[in-house]
Design a protein around this ligand. Sequence first.
Ligand code: 9MR
Length: 570
Amino acid sequence: MSFAALFVIGMDMMQPTTPPKPGSGPIPAVKTCQVGFLPNERKIAVITTGKEVTGEILRLPDRKQVLSAKGSAPRMDPDSGDNVSHLDFSHLQEPGQYVVSVPGLGESTPFEIGPNIFAKPFRMAIRSFTGQRSGIDVSLAPDFPEYRFPAGQTELAKYHSSSGKTGTRDVRGGWYDAGDYGKYMVNSGITTGTLLLAFERNAAKLAGLKLDIPETGKSKLPDYLSEIKWNLDWMLKMQDEDGGAWHKATTAQFSGFVMPAEDRADLLIIGTGKAPYKNTTATANLAAVAAIASRVFRKYDPEYADRCLRAAKSAFEWCQKFPRELYQQQPEGIGTGGYGDGEPDDERLWAAVELYRATGEARYHDFFLELVKKWPETFGEAPVPGWQDLRPLALLGYASIQGQLVDPEFQKRLRQDLEKSADAVVQRIQRNGYLMPLRSSDYIWGSNGVVANYAMVLQMANSIIPKESYRQAALDCLHHLLGRNLWGTSYVTQVGTKWAKNPHHRPSGADKLEEPWPGLLVGGPNADNGQKPPARQWFDLTESYRTNENAINWNAPLVFALAEYLGTTP
Ligand code: 9MR
């Protein structure tokens, strides 16, 4: 066993099982979203005291009382173990800075009411991807000039014996997956797809945004798309001549807490270890993402769009030939992230629908309609995608098709099922003490990513079946991530007033800066080890990779959800 493997096991044993001492400080009794609220939405603070309370909303900076509100009767919230009451101050619509004050109990962090409250968090969340860039010098200037590092992974990668090839390959570029420096096709798939779908939905708002990234002012692409292209180019490099894509490009083991350029172990192209060496989940992800990209980039760079479409089609054909090549067992000596998935049909379903939307070709449509019969249900109780389940994105894609031939009966059924499912999510949020969507069993690794995906799905549902309750529920998910949670802490680094301080993020751990890199959504409560109550299983500790790592697939739905409110007017 290598030193690195010992290091990882060692960290797991260090996972605290007793109640945490969050690095983010004592838990306040008055909790609200630390970013704030849109003027015309429901505004609720969560109070944990167990008593009936009356609170005041004070305007800042003069602390003039603008509203007084009575809290709801306290009730137990089982997933957090907290006795919660809700203080509703929705009447307050006047833009400004405020705090909620409950005499004798305390005060919330300050927050804003205004139409553009999410603009800055959006910028930080999308620019966190710039901070994950491999193969290029990184700097978060001008906003955060001290956050920078020299390029990592500047050499060619070596084919690992599991890849079926020998020699080297250029797989420079791309985004590091998370707090580690691996690059994984499967997780790149959902991430890049989500970000592209956000652009497709909000093109008018996103196209003109200046992000101050290396390409700003030098490219014909909108900055947002330049950022995505950085990773998309890497995904294209991971495709072999036969159309299939290798699983990942990582070192053999996770590095220690060093800056990217100091991770000097060989970068390896890793495959399944047996012919055809590439696998179906990685390849179908590429097919789906490149198909979406062919639509999104067409207006700005038709040649690149064509290249993406060719890649998507050849990847799709590869999956037709090899429908069930799985990466389930790591090759010997490889200990980086697994992203093993025993079911590639949901990825293929996603690829089919995105290729159909890109080309209008009947064969993709026919394939989709045939494959989708495999599952008796469509949208269930938890209609959210994850890296191992792309079916919700595939179904949402089909449900949203307009102006292209569809099976009207099936699309109608999908939309009805989506409505039922989204209505149930709304009810769950309303019943939850912290107004969030998770069921007790949903506190998995990356549960904050699940919450962000709920926001995205509710926004998508709102476009297909417009309902104010969906819009509000999506906002409630964001408010939860941004501070209205049991810790009264924003799960997004440097967003709000009091945020997760110690993400399991190598640059944050290895640099000499006091605060973590900005705009990172940490994984959040993870009760997959059976510990209770589930919402309390979050540890703001660098070593808690199970609960406090950042990951691109969690930041992507955060970006998606925040993009929705850019340029919102009151
Ligand atoms: O997000 C992944 C989670 O669903 C898995 O349970 C976990 C263990 O396999 O891995 C998570 O992904 C990690 C990946 O394997 C390596 N980079 C960091 C990712 C986030 O923790």
